[in-house]
Design a protein. Structure first.
Length: 205
């Protein structure tokens, strides 16, 4: 699964770049972003730390971290001005694109916030979600909801991706790649055409 996903990511990034797409942050600065960062040499130890801290990880999540890397497709398209509202693919587990930041410190902070919230509202907790992406609205620089992520611990093979809806991770990725990396709404034939071009002959997972 992960090797096919990595190939799809490489293809989509290359196609977007050829179309004049600008990858950038999801804020007013719109600072340039490297859209795909392969796993660093520390990825395996990061996966081990996550399992030690949060319990078992789904196999697909661990393999994504070890083989695919961090993906950030938020940006601006010259022919689709509000493409950032189409829920571009973001999956960042290692957070390797943030110099000086620590993914472990970030995850610990998110866990502490969840623990404080769940102690106040135990009936609404639903389990900790390991955050890996802004939600659909935050990707478009609009105040939104909770981050997308994976419910952990989870010892199953596939894992559940908690986004707009909770769905098996591989099913979510197949939906994303069938949409060229942008599974959110499209409002014109031109936008659908861009999606089709991006998705052409991508590999099913």
């Amino acid at each position: 699964m992960a090797r096919r996903a990595r190939k799809n990511v490489e293809i989509v990034v290359d196609r977007l770049t050829a179309q004049g797409y600008r990858f950038h942050t999801n804020d007013d600065k719109r600072a340039p972003v490297i859209p795909w960062r392969p796993p660093t040499p520390a990825a395996a130890s990061m996966a081990s730390w996550l399992e030690d801290r949060f319990g078992p990880l789904p196999m697909t999540v661990s393999s994504w971290l070890r083989l695919v890397g961090d993906v950030w497709l938020v940006g601006t398209h010259p022919e689709w001005t509000d493409i950032d509202r189409a829920d571009p693919l973001v999956v960042e587990l290692e957070y390797s694109g943030y110099p000086g930041a620590s993914a472990q410190v970030y995850y610990e902070g998110e866990l502490q916030a969840w623990q404080e919230w769940s102690s106040e509202d135990p009936g609404g907790a639903g389990g900790f979600v390991l955050p890996v992406a802004p939600d659909r609205l935050h990707k478009a620089n609009i105040s939104g909801g909770l981050p997308y992520g994976f419910r952990v611990p989870d010892a199953c093979a596939e894992g559940i991706f908690v986004g707009e809806v909770a769905t098996p991770f591989v099913a979510y990725l197949n939906w994303v790649f069938a949409s060229g990396g942008f599974p959110g709404p499209s409002s014109s034939d031109a936008q659908w055409s861009i999606k089709r071009d991006l998705a052409n002959e991508l590999l099913p997972l």
